[in-house]
Design a protein around this ligand. Structure first.
Ligand code: SAM
Ligand code: SF4
Length: 343
């Protein structure tokens, strides 16, 4: 196993067979070696700085029905909300004053998020904060729409591929959602020049070790600028409510392998990881992650953006929140890097 880790660290690739063996029989010393190689690789690229992305959860309306997500349209118990442009701009202002230089507008696939509305909102954020980056995470949109948003000033887009294995994708989504269309949209984002983020959950129902290996091969082949990997966590109002959460060790392994496959990628220590484990953010960073996403959403709506149960939220609206994060990072030898952090 150690030889596989050494090879992965020097060649930045592994075959599917080798990925499956590494993921399935990684003992403690091998995992330690893997994480050590991953953090060293991240240090070479980024030093000990961790980039911040201010997350603004702009709407929890969604027309989709992903079987794993608490925002799915069939969840009648979800209390729905939409932030107004004014509220979103206030969140940006608070984040900007605290030093954040990336705003991530995330939400369900909500029909109120028309191209026109987003163009004007992006334009406004761009003109108020020309030195900040605007990231969108609003699901699949037609090519012309993405083109308009890119032109308006959004430069990054997060759209997880969710599963490279088509059978797994079909098992965790309703029939009307298409795997081909998901992958096509990711290609379009890349062609439009968006810094693009893909990713998947670890431990989503029906996922096998082979599917995770497929995900890692997809990531290696596609070479996205960002990769979000977090554990699946059940939500009580979804068809997957009785399934267990994803495994912490396996999630850290997937993050570390991703760092070695793509040394320059921006990899967040995700909120789901922080929800699964109290020390999730530190563990993610000590597995090669280099991004944290403090929450800039107004406190009153955060509980409503319930993708899964007991979602952790890293305070991004107050200087104390940033200070706590800074101390946490300091305790493991890292610091906040307040720069925009482009790929
Ligand atoms: N609607 C957009 C989309 O699907 O791309 C953006 C928001 S969506 C809530 C963001 C991500 O949350 C998804 O890509 C998915 O991987 C993750 N997610 C959804 N349900 C989850 C769950 N139960 N556990 C962990 N992550 C989950
Ligand atoms: Fe909607 Fe995204 Fe949740 Fe799917 S994962 S139901 S698209 S918010």
């Amino acid at each position: 196993m150690r030889a596989l880790v050494e090879r992965l660290a020097s060649e930045h690739r592994l075959s599917k067979r080798d990925l499956v063996s590494l993921l399935s029989s990684c003992d403690e010393p091998t995992l330690d070696l893997l994480r050590d190689k991953a953090t060293r690789t991240a240090h070479k690229q980024f030093g000990f700085g961790i980039y911040l992305r201010g997350l603004i959860e702009i709407s929890n309306y969604c027309k989709n029905d992903c079987l794993y997500c608490g925002l799915r349209r069939s969840n009648r118990n979800a209390e729905r909300y939409r932030l107004s442009d004014k509220q979103i701009l206030e969140c940006c202002q608070i984040g900007y004053n605290l030093g954040l230089r990336t705003f991530v507008l995330q939400g369900g696939e909500d029909s109120s998020l028309s191209d026109q509305r987003l163009e004007s909102l992006i334009g406004e954020i761009h003109s108020r904060y020309p030195d900040a980056a605007i990231t969108l995470s609003l699901g699949e949109r037609p090519l012309e729409s993405l083109q308009r948003l890119r032109q308006a000033g959004a430069s990054r887009y997060l759209l997880r591929h969710e599963a490279a294995d088509a059978q797994l994708y079909a098992a965790i989504h309703p029939a009307e959602m298409s795997h081909a269309s998901r992958l096509q949209t990711i290609n379009e984002l890349m062609q439009l020049g968006f810094q693009t983020g893909v990713g998947m959950m670890i431990g989503v129902p029906m996922q096998s070790i082979e599917s995770i290996a497929e995900d890692l091969l997809y990531i290696e082949r596609t070479k996205p600028q960002m990769v979000g990997i977090g554990p699946f966590i059940p939500h009580h109002d979804t068809p997957f409510k009785d399934y267990p959460a994803g495994d912490l060790r396996l999630t850290l392994m997937a993050i570390a392998i991703t760092r070695l496959l793509l040394p320059k990628a921006l990899i967040p220590a995700t909120t789901a990881l922080a929800t699964l484990s109290k020390e999730g953010v530190k563990k993610g960073i000590l597995s090669g992650a280099n991004v944290v996403m403090p929450n800039l959403s107004p406190a009153g709506i955060r509980a409503k953006y319930a993708i899964y149960d007991n979602k952790a939220s890293r305070e991004g609206q107050s200087a104390e929140g940033i200070e706590i994060l800074s101390e946490e990072l300091k305790s493991i030898g890292y610091h906040i890097d307040f720069s925009k952090g482009d790929f």
